[in-house]
Ligand binder design. Structure first.
Ligand code: URA
Length: 434
């Protein structure tokens, strides 16, 4: 087989066979196929697309390019959750202890963030001592004994995707549906869960700006999961404005804890309940949505979800006194209100821009090597549909230096649009695909 022939076949609109896709991925992972040939192939795929069957072959070949996690030593049905990411997305922090307190086994691999704020691991590192660098044995033991463990993504998991994603990133070939779906699902399938719940975001702060694209991506991933023998479902959720009110690492951890205490923002709580219900049903812990929601609400009310979070933080060497006393977390040196320049209803928030404010403040990484300032970020006080008076606070900004604060405030104010007309508030949940 020659890569040259495969590129030509795809360029001319042909379909690659399973053997051809496997050859290409195996040889590329080994370094036998150079980046320039793979770039030509991804560009050909970008323009010609891939059939459902080809996308499945690509997903499975990337899944098999490295280690796959064997979770069979964990009793029960293991359910994983994945979000395509967005501004203020702290869902895993609240959702995982909530469903674990209901009896579900949560064995999760998470990543660090590149972009607006840190990823789940960065946020968890707000707890002094917390580590996701635990052995597979500790990971499995913790899931069996506590019901929850989170591990950093190992380099050996789907290495073909790691290499290919980095190449797509610099060759303008990221935004192809088949390539995105196979990239995400190859990692999820390698992580070993029996069922997968996907949270696909749509809106100005998401990868998929429009709802139809988000639906198409979700359908593609659900089909891939099912064809790979995993019970897979997806929620399309709103990212036209930040999720909840908090954007920034420690601020998001505090909001996640407030939510576990029953005092969370409505949209964030609704998303956790929707995803949690799907996870409990997929894991055989609840028979239907009514029972699943009741269970989730009960563990919030009786404090067992919060206790589960504390047990999990302690089991991964973190100081869990912060779970019960989130006011102990360090606070940024500059805390100021951002005042509304006008009176009116909030018509639109350019969500991406709010993420960029957090990045400017130092809350996210511009490169893999960047250090995150866990203290900085924003707490919004007004979201789409809310009324604000001129001079009233739109948000509280947490900054570590004046210059960055000024830049972020300017961008923040430019991201808000106002109107005199009342605006209807939108639901955070758009569609469920199962
Ligand atoms: N996230 C991934 O893991 N892969 C993509 O291709 C896009 C987003």
């Amino acid at each position: 087989m020659r890569m040259y022939d495969l590129i030509m076949k795809k360029r001319n609109g042909g379909c690659l066979s399973e053997a051809e896709v496997r050859y290409m991925i195996e040889q590329y992972t080994k370094g036998e196929i150079p980046d320039y040939q793979m770039s030509a192939m991804t560009m050909a795929i970008y323009f010609q697309g891939m059939s459902e069957e080809e996308t499945l072959h690509l997903t499975m070949a990337m899944r098999d390019s490295g280690d796959t996690l064997d979770l069979s030593a964990i009793d029960g049905i293991k359910v994983d959750k994945h979000s395509t990411g967005g501004v203020g997305d702290k869902t895993s922090l609240t959702l995982t202890p909530m469903v674990a307190a209901c009896g579900l086994k949560v064995a999760k691999m998470s990543g660090r963030g590149l972009g607006h704020t840190g990823g789940t691991i960065d946020k968890l590192e707000s707890f002094e001592g917390f580590s996701t660098e635990i052995s597979t044995d500790t990971f499995i033991n913790n899931v069996n004994s506590i019901g929850i463990a989170i591990m950093g993504q190992t380099a050996d998991l789907a290495p073909a995707d790691k290499k290919l994603y980095a190449l797509r990133d610099v060759t303008a070939t990221v935004d192809n549906m088949s390539l995105i779906a196979s990239s995400i699902m190859s990692k999820k399938l390698a992580a070993g869960a029996d069922a997968i719940v996907l949270d696909v975001k749509t809106g100005s702060g998401a990868f998929m700006k429009n709802e139809d694209d988000a639906k198409a991506l979700a359908k593609e991933m659900v089909t891939l999961g099912k064809n790979a023998g995993k019970n897979t479902m997806a929620v399309i959720s709103d990212m036209d404005q930040p999720l909840g009110y908090a954007v920034g690492n420690i601020l998001e951890v505090q909001e996640a804890i407030d939510t576990l205490n029953g005092n969370g923002p409505e949209d964030f709580m609704e998303l956790c309940l929707t995803l949690g219900s799907l996870m409990l049903i997929a894991g055989g812990v609840a028979k239907d949505e009514v029972e699943a929601r009741e269970k989730c609400l009960k563990v919030i009310e009786d404090g067992s979800a919060l206790d589960k979070f504390a047990a999990f933080v302690a089991a991964q060497y973190g100081d869990n006194s912060y779970v019960y006393h989130p006011e102990k977390f360090p606070v940024a040196p500059i805390v100021e209100e951002i005042l509304s320049p006008v009176s009116g209803y909030i018509k639109h928030i350019e969500c991406d821009e709010i993420g960029i404010c957090s990045l400017i403040l130092g809350g996210g990484r511009e490169t893999k090597e960047s250090e995150i300032d866990l203290r900085v970020g924003l707490i919004l006080h007004k979201k789409v549909g809310d009324y604000v008076k001129a001079g009233e606070s739109l948000a509280t900004i947490y900054a570590s230096d004046e210059t960055k604060k000024k830049q972020a405030v300017q961008r923040f104010l430019n991201a808000y649009q106002f109107t005199d007309e009342m605006i209807e508030k939108k639901s955070v949940i758009k569609t469920i695909i199962s």
